[in-house]
Write a protein that binds this ligand. Sequence first.
Ligand SMILES: CC(C)(COP(=O)(O)OP(=O)(O)OC[C@H]1O[C@@H](n2cnc3c(N)ncnc32)[C@H](O)[C@@H]1OP(=O)(O)O)[C@@H](O)C(=O)NCCC(=O)NCCS
Length: 157
Amino acid sequence: MTGADTLVLRRLSHLDGDTLSSLVEYGRSALGDSALDEWLLPVVAACGWLYVGIVGDEIVGAAEVIRCRGEKELYLEGFYIRPAFQGQGLGGRLLALVMAELAREGHERITATRDPANVAAARLYQAAGFSGSRLLRGYYGPGRDRLLVSARLGGRP
Ligand SMILES: CC(C)(COP(=O)(O)OP(=O)(O)OC[C@H]1O[C@@H](n2cnc3c(N)ncnc32)[C@H](O)[C@@H]1OP(=O)(O)O)[C@@H](O)C(=O)NCCC(=O)NCCS
């Protein structure tokens, strides 16, 4: 059995201090300065959807989701697997579990952006049914372009 088979999904709606510190550190280790910090993670937990993937007693990754203004559309703000756990199928499994859970809640579509040069993210999103190729120039500031991708939840793209 691989780690991906044993991955458990948990939604956190409240963060105690230790969990918050750990998530800030894990996010930075995977996403650098684009990771959500201690000011935003509790807000996403309380008002959006903060999921963690757990293997054994370790949080191995997280997904941070907020609602778009459009009624049924969500935005995947952050998604990562901690570096030590990457490349074992955990990212694909975590994303599939998150999307299934959000579909069960009745949400219809999820959008994300990715760095055009991020090959792992490209493959991850493609395998999860995301498509789209709109380039958002300077989305995160000069030189920080992003590709806009989206997927239907609970069905075909
Ligand atoms: C992107 C990320 C979540 C993938 O998680 P992971 O657990 O390593 O991915 P998986 O093992 O489930 O593999 C998912 C796909 O990515 C591919 N992949 C994983 N690491 C890769 C790498 N370094 N280079 C190229 N492809 C890679 C896998 O081959 C697989 O593709 P396939 O289904 O076509 O075979 C992880 O690398 C990460 O957290 N990166 C830093 C943060 C980030 O980029 N997040 C996405 C933000 S948009």
